[in-house]
Design a protein around this ligand. Structure first.
Ligand code: ADP
Length: 488
């Protein structure tokens, strides 16, 4: 697939350190491929520990001046970044679809969503407040000020290669921090493109640094270097746990946005049509590759047949294919191994008695990275999909009899990111909301994210919140000033 960009300067293949686009010291590169066709798109700098260390040193130097400029000036630059991104939505979306596979319309949605964090934190930069606290004695005064954490390492995944990065960089910069970012190796081009726009927006050299390469080496340097004061990570729970342990050596602060096992509960009083619509959006967006995708559908006995029939009809209307085809609603998975993993989960369920309600006709003639949107019924809890994050377009549907059972099943997981439920009973909305061990609830809603709301999970889904008025806290330290000797 050839893309035609109106601004070809957005396609970058080098790392960005200290305001320079650079090759790896070794000159090595690695290939980036289009998941829809498996064709190589280009080769990207393969950096290692040395370049990472340099980027950290530069970010540390840049932070000294970045935190001295006014919050308004930082906000103005973030706003300009937002405007630059919005002026290049079409190009950025094409780059995203090319390397990630999601349908072009979804890619545009991601770019606009990603830009909204730059806009939001451009505004929030001016709203960092401290406290004046009643002192314990009259000769003292107690004041708290908030200061930037310092250099922040940002490690991001391939499922939202634009938005996961802006969601970290924007609050970090608003708070007065500088960043060293490592995007996922599968999707570096979106990260480089949005970085180029930050450069054009006038964000000073060294404030944003982005490098790709040998994951282990870069990760090791970012987590062990004492100049990095915080790690913000989005990715799998397994990698998050490991990085958090690695950060313990230098006691870095961490924000962890990890995996999920989202229940989607349909109660007997739900608007079934709305529930079906929400279910399709929540499950098949990004071909099921989001941490908030519905992972377990829990449907009350009396509406089970209606919901399954409606859902099956809606899924039959999905079109699988190359994301550049405008009629396509479900793209490929990120690579063949991911697709095979999802097929294995389906196979495991079927071998234990599940019934597949869909067939593979929608992916005929496509490459092995495509998985057909699927629905599984006759489910039980012994099947791997009950406990594991599917990260693919497969919807297992379980039954429950009453509210208590639904809450117990929903909470029966080590994850706690997003949960959805459909009901029109206001008492039930409160009871269920308070009973669910999740960071984010969609109530009669299948799409949750926006920059004004705090995004984050509990239990093994992570810690910290991204977006909203709370999102800056993760990038700020509280300093307490105790002033004594005040004459009365
Ligand atoms: P996913 O399943 O989305 O690929 P991962 O947790 O494997 O999730 O990857 C998320 C991000 O973490 C990617 O940028 C990946 O390169 C990075 N990553 C994986 N392992 C390490 C590591 N040991 N050190 C640093 N980054 C890592």
């Amino acid at each position: 697939m050839e893309i035609s960009l109106s601004d070809s300067g957005l396609l970058k293949y080098q790392a960005y350190i200290g305001g320079q686009w650079i090759d790896a010291d070794s000159g090595d590169t690695f290939d980036v491929t289009n998941p829809a066709t498996s064709q190589v798109i280009g080769s990207v700098a393969r950096c290692g520990a040395g370049e990472t260390r340099r980027a950290i040193d530069i970010a540390e130097g840049a932070q000294q001046t970045w935190c001295q400029i006014t919050a308004k000036e930082r906000g103005d630059m973030l706003r300009e970044w937002f405007q630059q991104i919005m002026a290049h939505v079409e190009d950025l979306a094409q780059i995203l679809t090319l390397e990630q596979g999601k349908p072009l319309a979804e890619a545009k949605g991601e770019i606009i969503y990603g830009a909204s964090y730059a806009e939001w934190f451009a505004e929030e930069a001016k709203r960092i407040y401290g406290d004046v606290i009643a002192p314990p004695s009259n000769d003292k005064r107690v004041v708290c000020i908030k200061q930037p954490v310092g250099v922040v390492a940002c490690i991001t995944p391939w499922n939202f290669p634009n938005a996961m990065l802006t969601r970290k960089i924007a609050p970090a910069l608003a708070a007065g921090c500088t960043v060293v970012c490592k995007p996922a190796e599968a999707t570096p081009l979106s990260a480089f493109a949005v970085t180029e726009l930050a450069r054009r927006a006038g964000i000073p050299d060294g404030v944003i640094n982005v490098l790709t390469g040998v994951t282990e080496e870069i990760g090791q340097e970012l987590t062990s270097n004492s100049k990095v004061r915080k790690l913000s990570f989005t990715g799998s729970t397994a990698v998050g746990k490991r990085l958090m342990a690695d950060c313990a050596g230098t006691m870095k602060r961490t924000s962890m946005e990890l995996g999920g096992n989202a229940p989607f509960i349909v109660f007997d009083d739900a608007d079934i049509e709305a529930a079906v619509q929400g279910a399709v959006l929540s499950k098949y967006r990004n071909a099921g590759q989001t941490c908030v995708c519905a992972n377990r559908f829990l449907v009350q006995d009396s509406v089970y047949d209606d919901f399954v029939a409606g859902f099956k009809a809606a899924v039959a209307g999905l079109k699988v294919g190359d994301g550049f085809d405008e009629s396509v609603t479900v793209g490929p998975l990120i690579h063949e191994a991911a697709a095979q993993g999802v097929r294995d989960l389906v196979q495991d369920a079927v071998s234990k008695g599940a019934k597949l309600l869909t067939d593979d006709s929608s992916i005929e003639g496509l490459t092995n990275t495509f998985v057909a949107p699927s629905i599984l019924v006759n489910m039980d809890r012994s099947m791997r999909v009950y406990t594991e994050e599917i990260f693919g377009p497969v919807a297992p549907i379980y039954r429950f009899t009453d509210e208590q059972e639904a809450i117990a099943m929903a909470n029966d997981t080590n994850y706690g990111l997003a949960c959805y439920f459909y009901t029109r009973d206001v008492g039930r909305i409160w009871r269920v909301s308070e009973g669910l061990d999740y960071g984010i609830l969609g109530i009669n809603e299948g799409i949750l994210s926006n920059p004004s709301a705090p995004f984050g999970g509990v239990k093994e889904s992570g810690q910290g919140r991204e977006g909203s008025k709370y999102g800056l806290d993760d990038y700020l330290e509280i300093k307490y000033l105790c002033m004594g000797g005040i004459d009365q």
